[in-house]
Structures are given as structure tokens and as C-alpha cells.
Ligand binder design. Structure first.
Ligand SMILES: Nc1ncnc2c1ncn2[C@@H]1O[C@H](COP(=O)(O)OP(=O)(O)OP(=O)(O)O)[C@@H](O)[C@H]1O
Ligand SMILES: [Mg+2]
Length: 290
């Protein structure tokens, strides 16, 4: 089959390679000899992951089902990027392969945030467990649209999400942000909807747990660019930056999570120096949510 990757495009756009990896991911896996990494736990036949974020894991009865697609929704400056960096730093430290795909901030800036919190991105990268990659949302949109144009008229539109760097099969993936991707499709919303549907199916096949950042209002009524993403996702976590008089307080809520029990309350959260996000499951937040 002819390669769809255009000359000069980066390895991340190697469509044939991605197809191969999806096939690999679909093969039944041999049981690992040494059990699970520290951040995974097997409960009644189902795997759950922990984020390692203080207080956040206590919002779930057992954890987040492995392989779920979770939206991390919130307003500007609500802590979405920090939360995702923290989730990956913790997992990479305990031996999982983690990929951070940034459509907004540069690799250096993201590593700078990690350094500020003491998460040592350099040694995590060196260990081969962490990869941070910045991609242009416009390049992504253009290559998706080129594929869609080619596939027109076929019964099954099969576009590729064009995301995996060569030879890297992640256990956890962050997309920061879905909103940046959506904004590159402005005026071509139909193409965006095709793309996002494929992206969710692709993550399902990869069996990676994915965290997809969406930019919302500070107190959102919809949690994603089109409102469809929150139905496609298995889980939605909302970060709030709530105004109380002349100050703002952070709060967090697990809005939904398929296949898992979780606390249904909005609770306090803080971004703490040298630590990152800390959640206070006992500290309910009531006022200011209008
Ligand atoms: N070292 C720190 N200590 C305390 N708070 C911090 C620290 N560093 C950043 N913050 C807070 O975190 C906020 C930024 O968090 P983050 O970048 O994760 O937000 P975001 O939701 O991704 O924002 P955006 O929508 O702009 O991408 C800052 O506005 C600041 O309030
Ligand atoms: Mg951000």
C-alpha cells in the first residue's frame, strides 16, 4: 500500500507505521511475569490505575479503569496542564511509558513547569519512559483533511489520528489540548467530528489510558469543544477556578467515570510549590458555582 506520509513530514505522521502498531496492540498479550507496576492494581478482574496525586486517587473507590479516555476540563489557568504533567511524571517514575502531546506550550516550557515542581523531566526522558512532543494543530488538521478528501466516497471513512512517535508504545497519553485541535478545524466542523471519533476509537485499540485536556468556561455547562467529546470519553474530570469575593479558589470534581465508583462532590484543590496538585476529598466546595 502506498505510504500516505508526505516527504518532509515528521515521523509522527507515519500512517502505515501507526496501522502496524494498532494491529500489534490488538494482538492478545502475553501475561507479564513480574506483575504490575506500582501505579497499577488488579481488582476483580479489572485493571485500575492510580495517578499518584495526593487526595485525587481517594475520589475513586478503586482507581481509574485502565485504558479509559478521560477529559480533563477546566477554564484558563485552572491547572489542567500541571495535573496532566503530574500524572505522567508519577507514572513514568514507576516504569510506565508516557507520552505528552502538546498542541499549545513548547517542550521546553512544559519541562520548565516540571522542574519547578521537582519532577525531574530530564531523568524521566533519559529513562525512556517520558516523551514530550509539541505538534502544530494546523499541521494535524491539514493532514487529517488531506486524508479525508482522499477517502471521500468510500463506505468506511478511515482516517488515522497521526499521533504516535516512531517506536513508542505508550501506557498513558496526554493531549493538551483537544480545544487547540478543534480550533484548527474552524469552519470544517464535520471534519473535526470525524477526526475526534477516530481518535477515541484509536485510543481504545491502543489500550493506553488517555487524558484529553479541554478548555472550558470557568464554571462550564459543556465540557468540550462540541459537547460530543464528553459523551465519547469514559470519564470527565472538571477543574474549577472559583471566584469568592476578590479571591479565586481551586476545586475539582469527577463528573463521570464509566465502570468505576467515585465521589460525587466538588472538593477543594490546591497547586502547591514543590509538590504540584493536592486534592482535599473531605473539603467540600459549595459557594461560587453559578
Ligand atoms: N509553583 C506554583 N505554585 C502554585 N501555583 C502555581 C505554580 N505554578 C503555577 N501555578 C498556578 O497554576 C496555574 C496554571 O496552571 P496550568 O498551566 O496547569 O493551567 P491550565 O488549566 O493548563 O491553563 P491554560 O488553559 O492556560 O492552559 C497558574 O495560573 C498558577 O495559578
Ligand atoms: Mg494548559
Amino acid at each position: 500500500m502506498a505510504k500516505r506520509t508526505k516527504k518532509g513530514e515528521k515521523g509522527v505522521f507515519d500512517v502505515d507505521k501507526i496501522k502496524k502498531e494498532v494491529k500489534e496492540a490488538e494482538k492478545p498479550k502475553a501475561k507479564p511475569k513480574t506483575g504490575k507496576t506500582a501505579s497499577e492494581k488488579k481488582v476483580r478482574g479489572k485493571d485500575y490505575i492510580k495517578t499518584g496525586i495526593e487526595g485525587f486517587d481517594q475520589l475513586f473507590e478503586q482507581g481509574i479503569p485502565k485504558g479509559s479516555a478521560i477529559l480533563i476540563a477546566g477554564g484558563a489557568g485552572s491547572g489542567k496542564t500541571i495535573m496532566c504533567l503530574q500524572i505522567l511524571a508519577n507514572a513514568a517514575k514507576s516504569g510506565e511509558k508516557c507520552l505528552y502531546l502538546s498542541f499549545e506550550e513548547s517542550e521546553d516550557r512544559l519541562k520548565g513547569h516540571m522542574e519547578n515542581f521537582g519532577w525531574d523531566p530530564k531523568s524521566l526522558e533519559k529513562s525512556g519512559n517520558l516523551m514530550i512532543k509539541r505538534m502544530s494543530p494546523h499541521d494535524l488538521a491539514r493532514s487529517v483533511e488531506a486524508l479525508l478528501a482522499k477517502e471521500k466516497g468510500e463506505l468506511m471513512i478511515e482516517i488515522e489520528p497521526v499521533i504516535l512517535p516512531e517506536g513508542f508504545k505508550p501506557d498513558r497519553i496526554v493531549i493538551d489540548s483537544v480545544s487547540a485541535i478543534a480550533s484548527s478545524f474552524v469552519g470544517r466542523e464535520e471534519n473535526y467530528r470525524s477526526y475526534i471519533g477516530q481518535l477515541f476509537r484509536y485510543f481504545e485499540k491502543l489500550e493506553a489510558t488517555s487524558f484529553l485536556v479541554t478548555e472550558t468556561e470557568q464554571v462550564p455547562k459543556i465540557f468540550s469543544p462540541t459537547g460530543v467529546e464528553e459523551f465519547l470519553a469514559d470519564g470527565v474530570v472538571v477543574l474549577y477556578n472559583i471566584r469568592k469575593g476578590d479571591i479565586r479558589e481551586n476545586a475539582i470534581e469527577v463528573l463521570k467515570l464509566r465502570g468505576a465508583k467515585h465521589l460525587k462532590k466538588i472538593v477543594a484543590m490546591q497547586i502547591v510549590d514543590d509538590k504540584g496538585i493536592v486534592v482535599y476529598p473531605e473539603q467540600e466546595v459549595f459557594g461560587g458555582l453559578e
